[in-house]
Structure formats: C-alpha cells, structure tokens
Design a protein around this ligand. Structure first.
Ligand code: RIB
Ligand code: CA
Length: 313
C-alpha cells in the first residue's frame, strides 16, 4: 500500500521538484500540501504549489496555507528570494497560473485534524517549521498523533544562510527549537551535509529532458536554474551541479537506503550572537542529552537521481 504523506512546503524550486516526486511516485500517496512563508512570501509559496500540482495533473491534491511570518520574531528578513539566494529560487515558478484555489482552513488546523484522523500519516516538512510549531501549540495531542516526521533542514558541518545556520531552521529558529524538543516518536533530519552529497548535474537534467514528460521538463528547467544560480555563488562546490534538498527527503521515504542515518541528539540555538538557527548535532554523544533524531550523514546521489528519473518518466 502506498505510504500516505502530507508535505509542508515553501515552494521554491527544490520544493517544486519534491512535490512532483511525491505526487507521482506510485509508492506514495500525497494526501495534502500545506504552505508557509519561506523562500518567497506565503501568497507565492501557495500559488507556486498550486501551479506545480496542476502542471502534473494533480490539482486534486488540496493545498492549505499557513503562517505568513515566524512564530515569535518580528525582525527576520525572510523571505529568501529577495536576498542572496534569489539566483536559486524564483518568486513565481515558470508554470501556468493555477485555476484552483487553496482550501479555507488554515494549515496548522488542517494538520491537527488530519493527523488526529489518521495516525498512519507521515509529515514531511521541507520549509521553515512555523506551521508545525503552531500545530504543536494549538493541540496537545498533535505530537503524539504524528507517527513520523521527516525534516529537510539544518546542518552538521554545513550552513547556507549564516556561517552557522541552514535556511529552514534559521528562518524560524524558535519554531524549529519547539519541534526538535517536542518529543515526536520519529524525526528524520536531512541536513545540508546529506543533500550536498546528492547533487544533480546538467547532464542529468538533459536526461530528464529526454523523457519528454511535463514533470521531467519542469524538473530539468528548475534544476538548471538552480545550477546556474550556484555557478554565480560560492556555495556550490561541484561545478555544473546543484543540490535539490527537499526532493531528497521524498526519495528517502521511497527507499530508505538513499540516506544513511545515525540516531543522535539535535537542539536548535535561538540566542547566540552568531549562531541563531544553528542545529547542534551531538554526533559524538558528548552530552547527556537523549537522542531525539535520526540524522542523515550520507546520501546516495545515484539512487536519488534514478528514483527521480523513473518517476518523472
Ligand atoms: O536550505 C535549503 C532549504 O531552504 C530548502 O528547503 C529550500 O527550499 C529552502 O526552503
Ligand atoms: Ca523548501
């Protein structure tokens, strides 16, 4: 039976590829998508999400909009697309405007009700964690009702927003701190260290284009945009490649061996002068803090590409 998942996204070029992978893979049943402020403002993450789903003929999947800012901070300059990373994300994805609309219910309320009704659901959060933290604050049984939470975010030794923080965690650090310490039964964290081991190349985009499907063409266009963006920054160590962070989480749900995890403790820094949003990963078990998370230390880029290629075909 297909694994039922709900995605929380800030679409975003890599979110878009992840959504297509989740919506089209035969082993996954994408029940709904929730949106949050992040790469672009909430209105645009929602509009972009609707565009992606309709483009691949999955406009039947409902979209719920959530928080349009951080849970606590008034002063953080997200969204990201107006900043350095504008070369990797686009305000509006190059797909036709959607005909469908978002649902009326708010994302946190929907998440609470969906997980209460179906404990078999998996939650995949590939964006700032504002919606998830709000659901936790609103309903004391939410954490218990989520059997599995997969998060793209954080870094072990890598960062991409500040010298110490990854974007999804940095963009709402208080929310992230709440989520990591909430007591979820199973959290898998896919950090930058893993996503940068599974980058996609220009040649692989050309292979997508040869498939001549809507999903493959869109994936190629979005990933090529990311590759060009990385060429003009210093953060892409492999030439003509780019990570497609969020999609790696989906591939790992389909085939666990795409990532190699270790169970460790992770906490989120919220007060440091230089380290707000840093994920402190106790990979040598130097503290007495209980492990709370399976962290992906490695990723298999070949398997990741093959899962995308076969799904988009
Ligand atoms: O740091 C990578 C993450 O930040 C990805 O989820 C990307 O979409 C952005 O949200
Ligand atoms: Ca994202």
């Amino acid at each position: 039976m297909a694994k039922k998942i709900i995605m929380d996204v800030d679409t975003g070029t890599d979110d878009a590829v992840a959504i297509m992978l989740a919506a089209l893979h035969r082993d996954l049943d994408l029940v709904a998508v929730t949106t949050v402020n992040g790469n672009v403002p909430l209105e645009q993450t929602t509009d972009n999400t609707l565009r992606v789903l309709e483009w691949i003929g999955r406009g039947d999947i409902p979209v719920y909009a959530g928080l349009n800012k951080q849970v606590a901070r008034q002063d953080f300059p997200t969204p990201r697309a107006s900043k350095r990373d504008s070369k990797v994300h686009m305000p509006i994805l190059p797909l036709p405007a959607p005909t469908g609309k978002r649902q009326h219910k708010s994302a946190p309320q929907f998440l609470i009700e969906a997980f209460a009704a179906d404990p078999g659901l998996t939650l995949v959060a590939v964006a700032p964690l504002s919606n998830i933290a709000t659901a936790i604050a609103l309903d004391s049984s939410f954490v218990e009702n989520v059997s599995e939470l997969m998060i793209m975010g954080g870094g072990i030794t890598r960062s991409n927003m500040t010298a110490s923080a990854e974007f999804n965690i940095w963009a709402d650090p208080e929310a992230a701190a709440v989520v990591f310490s909430a007591g979820f039964k199973k959290i898998t964290m896919v950090p930058l260290d893993a996503t940068h081991q599974a980058t996609i190349s220009e040649d692989q985009c050309a292979e997508f284009r040869m498939l001549k499907t809507r999903a493959a063409n869109a994936a190629a266009e979005l990933i090529e945009f990311r590759i060009n963006g990385y060429k003009t920054t210093t953060i892409g160590p492999v030439p003509d490649n780019a990570p497609v962070h969020d999609a790696l989480c989906i591939a790992a749900l389909v085939d666990q061996s795409v990532i190699e995890t270790r169970r460790v403790n992770v906490v989120v820094e919220t007060t440091g002068d230089y380290t707000v949003g840093c994920t402190v990963v106790d990979h040598r078990h130097l503290t007495k803090r209980e492990p709370n998370c399976d962290v992906a230390f490695n990723a298999d880029g070949k398997k990741f590409f093959e899962i995308m290629r076969s799904t988009f075909a």
